[in-house]
Design a protein. Structure first.
Length: 127
């Protein structure tokens, strides 16, 4: 089955837009500070845009991976990190090059991020 609509592209475009906005807010905050004003409001908008960029980027990546699995009629398994690793199987099913994947250092980094998010969640539940 072909799923012609790839919703991850919408998220990728919004990611790019928020990243550009973050840069613009940073420039505006710098300019305000150079003029002797605080720049606090612009700096806060910059931070908000950076956070939105990160969330959208992860969502776009995950949406893309799921779309590839749908295209290949392969059932994804495990965490989103496992799904990235499983892209080889989906690529092979689609007749594409399956000689790609997460290098070891990236996989280690993502696993550390996943462990960190679990710790943060646990701390929030304790407080």
């Amino acid at each position: 089955m072909t799923h012609g609509y790839n919703g991850s592209q919408v998220l990728f475009r919004q990611t790019k837009a928020r990243a550009l906005a973050a840069r613009r807010f940073a420039r505006e905050a710098d300019q305000e500070q150079a003029e002797g004003r605080s720049g606090i409001e612009r700096r806060q908008r910059e931070k908000d845009a950076v956070i939105a960029t990160l969330v959208l980027a992860q969502g776009a990546g995950e949406a893309y991976v799921n779309w590839v699995f749908l295209q290949a009629s392969v059932t994804p398994r495990g965490t989103w990190i496992d799904r990235w690793g499983g892209l080889r199987n989906a690529a092979r099913e689609l007749g594409r090059d399956d000689k790609f994947g997460l290098p070891g250092e990236h996989r280690k980094f993502f696993n550390e991020l996943d462990a960190l998010s679990v710790k943060v969640t646990r701390v929030r539940h304790i407080e």
